[in-house]
Design a protein around this ligand. Sequence first.
Ligand code: ASP
Length: 364
Amino acid sequence: MRKKVALLYTGGTIGCDGFPLAPVPGEIFRERFNAIPWYSGGALRVGGNEIVCRIEWISRPADSSDLVPIDWLAMASWVLERYERYDGFVILHGTDTMSWSTSALSFLLQGLSRPVVFTGSQLPLFQERSDAAQNLLTSVILAATFDIPEVSLFFDHLLLRGNRSVKVDARSFTAFASPNYPELGRAGTEIVINRSLHLDPPASAVSLDDPLNRIARLKELSLLRQVMADYCVVALTLFPGIPAGMIDALLSLSPRLRGIVLKSFGSGNAPVSGGFIDALARAREQGVVVVDATQVLSGTVRMKNYETGYLLQQRAHAVCGHDLTAEAALAKLICLTGKALVEGRGTDYVEKGIETLICGEMTL
Ligand code: ASP
């Protein structure tokens, strides 16, 4: 069978060169990709399949530290505009902010029926001992021949749900983990996918297989783009002694502030003394949604466990982030806030949305 995969090069270590490392332009990356021994014939033969790749790039491939939410919209549009022509999609991305992008795309591409696999590497493609070619090859095979209808992240030997992934190691080739959800698959001598763990294909009414749904989604993305500059959302990591004044300062610094992901302690706790929770309550009164998402890597938020979490809910009306990663919480908050602005809805819409399971991002 002939399979087609579209690749989008956005930058990151995988395409870096020089000292200090910086991503090469798209044309150079394509030349390097075409020179990879397993792709040099212009196609890849795996099992009975011939996989043809088309490589494209964003206008300015970047270190992922430089990517912003508007880039997520562009990546989602890129997938939608090519949807019918390809069996799957691979997005090459820097590892630093990959988990924010995978999370955002999972929310922006609801109704996905084809694989969108993010990957990157810890060493540049053409450096000795690089992990890039292996990550790339397996991601292409996953996108072309495994029907995994969701946004995933493949790295080293692990296939993870994108909105459950977290970067946990800046040196090891196994850079990502999924602390609150089992891995979707593993690539060892064989690729083994656990079908019971990935999302079910979408119902036909919402499926992106339907061109009308794709047109509607593209329109939504362009409307989101128009409101992106009108609001902002922040993530705030709690630490012992955090001054309540930080919340007031955030509010006065940015009148566009619409949401805070509070990376709280333990099972979702925040200081009651020092007026911190009261400051959050004032923010909430001004229309800022507060999401309680723990800074602990594994486990879930239980706001009724301790008084310090209970008051966060009762006084500041913080919404429970359950076991969302902080990355997924931020991406979800940004996407929902944008949608609320586009549709003229209030904070209650965003708060309800945060607590609603959308695409496997949390355990209720
Ligand atoms: N700074 C790089 C980036 O995120 C790191 C990497 O790709 O591993 O773009």
